[in-house]
Structures are given as C-alpha cells and as structure tokens.
Design a protein around this ligand. Structure first.
Ligand SMILES: NC(=O)c1ccc[n+]([C@@H]2O[C@H](COP(=O)([O-])OP(=O)(O)OC[C@H]3O[C@@H](n4cnc5c(N)ncnc54)[C@H](O)[C@@H]3O)[C@@H](O)[C@H]2O)c1
Length: 441
C-alpha cells in the first residue's frame, strides 16, 4: 500500500472545502487507515454522511446512485420500447474524449442507459491520410486528442452530426465555446423533443444584450433544459483515473435530472456533486481561465509563489463579484465547490491557459497568443484569451472596468496594450466599490 496512513481512535474530521465545512466520520473501529491508493481512499470517502446533514446549504454528493436501482424518471419519455436513456457526446477533443470514457463505462454498467454512446467528431484527416473517426472506431482511441487511452468499446465515433444526435435523449456538449452556436443552429429541428442537455464547455458568447452563458445559448437555440458540469478537471489526469471532483449545476425543480447526470458521470475516481446554481457553476468554469492567464504571466516572469497566490485570491474575488453582479441568483457557497476554488487552483497550477501565458510573458509579449497556441497546443484551443476579451467588453459596456483591475489588465496584456509585468500593478487602481453601492462585495 502506498500513500499516508492516519491512526485515529474516535472520530475523524475531514476538512472538505475552504469554507471550512467539517464532516464528521464516525469510526466504529479504533483504527482507520486512510490511503491515497484508490482502493483504500475511496471507500472512506464513500462512507461520508450526507453533507446536508452536516453543513447547511451544501448538498450531498450523489455517490450512492452509482450502480443503484433505476428510479422512474419523469424527465424521460417512454417511447413504448424502453425507458433507457441514450447518450450522445457532441465534441471529441481532449475533455470530450475523457467525458466519453467516463460515460461509456457507466452506460455499459447501468441498466438505465443504452450501452452505445455516440460521439460526434469534427472530422479531420490525420498526417497518415486516415480519417480521425475511422481511427477512433478501429482502435477505440482518439489518437489525436487523447492518445494512449481506450475510450470503451461502446463508444461509436460519428462524423455526421445529425445522425449522431437523432436517437439521443441526453446530449453532452463539449466543444470549444466558439463553435457551439453554429452547432446548435445545425441541430434545430433535428433532435428529439424530450432531450436533456449538459454543457461541459467553458466560455461565453457575447450578444448585443450582454454576455450569454453557453448553457443559456443551448437552451435558447434548441428549446431544451441545459445543466452544466464544471470542476477541477484537467482532462489528462482524469484520463489516467487520478481522483478528482466535479460539480453539476442545475436549475430550480431540476434536481431529478441533475441526479441522472451525476449518475452518468460518477466513477470511483470522479466524484460529482449537484448544486442548484447553473450560472454560478458556469461563471466559475469560464472565468478561472482568465485568472489562469494572469497566473501564467506571473510564472513566465518568475515572480514566485506569493505573487501567484495573491493573483489567485484577487482573481477569485473578481470572479465572485462579477458573477453576482451579472446573476443575482449566484450563491457564495458555489465558489467553494470543485467548480470554484478547486478549479481555479488546478488551472493556475497546470492548465493550458497558464502554460501558454507563461510562454507569452517569457517572450515579453512579442509573440502573439495565436502563434503560441498553434505551436504549443497541437490543435487544442485556448479559452482564456477570448473570454478575457468578452469579459472586457462587458465591463467596459457597463462602466465597471475600474472595479475589475485583474480582468481588465489580463485583456490589455493579451492585446499588447500593457506589458506582462503590469499584472501586478494594482496599487493605483484599487476598485471603487461605491460605484455599485457595495453590492456583491
Ligand atoms: N481539456 C481539458 O482539460 C478541459 C477540462 C475541462 C473543460 N474543458 C472544456 O471543454 C471544452 C472542449 O475542450 P476539449 O479539451 O475537449 O477540446 P480541445 O481543445 O482538446 O480540442 C478542440 C476540439 O475542437 C474541434 N474543432 C476544431 N474545429 C472545429 C469546428 N470548426 N467545429 C467544431 N469543432 C471543431 C476539434 O476537432 C477538437 O475536437 C472547452 O470549453 C474546454 O474549456 C477542457
């Protein structure tokens, strides 16, 4: 056995989140071994009492639903043949492929889902001359976006979008955000009427009226309900089954469908919790990429850990404030879930936005993000730069630029109006909160 062992005599207290919610775990034996090894660590986690009974306002993870019996589900129509849910994944990049792996393992195991999981692939020709879709179906592996990982034999790659979605009643959207609107327009009138959707996409679309979150865009374009799944989820780590958590955001009265999504994604190494706060969860997932660019500038300029921690703290404060200003329903507690502070930490330590921003700062801002993205990410897309631009437009349109010095600086650095070192030049631009009457502080 590897990992650390803790010897406890009566009760174990686990500090779960940064708002210091304490979960008590009764230990009937006098000895409890905790191990980071999956087989030892997870039974312990699964033995946690419901969070709701321990910490008011926070909802319990739905771990027990994994493998449990199937409940009647009013959100899914009975087509007269079967009540099984059929899942299609719209997208097949790095995270899309990992999502396929998670979903395929549960679809094969749980009787409430059809075994077959379709994955729509934006077709590409590989350097070998082969089609990406053919190679995925032959090898059961996305050799371009997730090499070395088997997706599950029940994953069928399909380059035909309409064909991929036509039988599905659960759609998982996981493409880079700039492609979503075009995809939705192609899907109008092509999907089943009782479809439920979930978005794993980080980013937002700018409309004349203001920012439009991707889940709202999907709902508006297709007339369907859309939950979101966000979290501290660097795809390559989940692909090799390293333990992590995620948050499903759902709307009022949609708890039942949220549980269905939790069931579809949860594995022993991927623990998913539902939270009734779609906008809060989605804003966290979107805005942390802007903070990660700031963290990357700090790394590229070798400013050290204290500076990086300060940037993360300021970034989290701006994330919370803008989220609450734009959506009054956003809950503070959401920022302490996996989608909030945990995702911010992992993205600022290891994500692609941080990595490319560090290179940008090292080159003194002389090489563009487009150039670095093409060179460093092999077809993967950066989200932070476009999100920073979109957020800047929102802030400037509403006259809030002064309130958000970190968000504003990140965009101005990205477009070359400020040098990367300006990321820490805040002292003369302290936010004047009186502008918004102390709201959302
Ligand atoms: N990779 C991660 O670690 C991770 C983790 C959590 C969330 N996300 C989010 O998931 C979403 C998808 O990211 P990803 O990592 O799966 O993708 P990716 O960046 O790895 O790959 C890009 C994808 O876009 C596709 N594509 C290229 N041009 C297209 C077009 N014109 N139309 C449609 N598709 C096109 C490519 O085929 C490829 O599948 C993003 O919003 C990202 O922020 C990613």
């Amino acid at each position: 056995m590897h990992g650390c062992a803790l010897f406890l005599t009566k009760r174990v207290w686990l500090l779960r989140s940064l708002n210091f919610s304490l979960y008590s775990i009764s230990s009937s034996s006098s000895l409890l071994l905790l191990s980071t090894a999956r087989s030892h660590f997870l039974p312990f986690l699964h033995s946690l009492p419901p969070i709701s009974s321990m910490a008011p306002g926070i909802e319990a993870p739905q771990r027990s639903s994994n493998g449990g019996s199937v409940r009647p589900d009013s959100h899914f129509s009975d087509d007269g043949v079967s009540r099984k849910s059929k899942v299609t994944i719209v997208g097949s990049g790095n995270w899309g492929s990992v999502a396929a792996k998670l979903i395929a393992s549960n679809a094969a195991r749980l009787s409430s889902f059809h075994d077959e999981v379709r994955m729509w692939v934006f077709e590409e020709t590989l350097p070998t001359g082969e089609k990406l879709t053919d190679v995925i179906n032959l090898n059961n592996e996305n050799v371009k976006y997730l090499p070395g990982i088997k997706l599950g034999k029940n994953v069928i790659a399909d380059p035909d979008l309409e064909n991929a979605v036509k039988d599905a009643n659960m759609l998982v959207f996981v493409t880079p955000h700039q492609f979503v609107e075009g995809i939705c327009k192609r899907l109008v009138g092509k999907i089943r009427k009782e479809v439920e959707a979930i978005s794993l996409i980080k980013g937002m679309e700018m409309k004349k009226e203001g920012p439009c979150m991707i889940s709202s865009l999907i709902s508006q374009e297709l007339g369907i309900n859309c939950c979101v799944l966000m979290g501290a989820n660097i795809a390559n780590e989940i692909a090799v089954e390293k333990f992590s958590e995620a948050t499903v955001g759902y709307r009022e009265n949609m708890r039942e469908i949220a549980e269905k999504w939790v069931q579809l994604f949860s594995t022993p190494y991927f623990v998913v919790s539902p939270v009734q706060d779609v906008e809060g969860v989605e804003m966290c997932g979107t805005l942390k990429n802007v903070v990660a660019l700031a963290a990357g500038f700090v790394d590229g300029l070798e400013m050290g850990n204290n500076t990086k921690a300060a940037i993360m703290r300021i970034g989290l404060r701006e994330m919370r404030m803008i989220s609450k200003l734009l959506f009054s329903s956003v809950k503070d507690s959401t920022f302490f879930e996996s989608c909030g502070v945990a995702d911010l930490i992992t993205t600022c330590l290891g994500g692609r936005n941080r990595k490319v921003a560090a290179a940008f700062a090292k080159h003194g801002g002389k090489r563009s993000f487009d150039e670095l993205e093409a060179e460093m990410l092999q077809g993967q897309k950066l989200q932070g730069v476009s999100t920073a631009k979109e957020m800047y437009e929102v802030l400037s349109h509403r006259g809030w630029l002064e309130l958000f010095p970190l968000f504003a600086s990140v965009h101005e650095i990205c477009i070359g109006h400020l040098s990367p070192s300006a990321i820490v030049e805040y002292s003369e631009r302290r936010p004047n909160f009186s502008v918004i009457n102390g709201q959302a502080q």
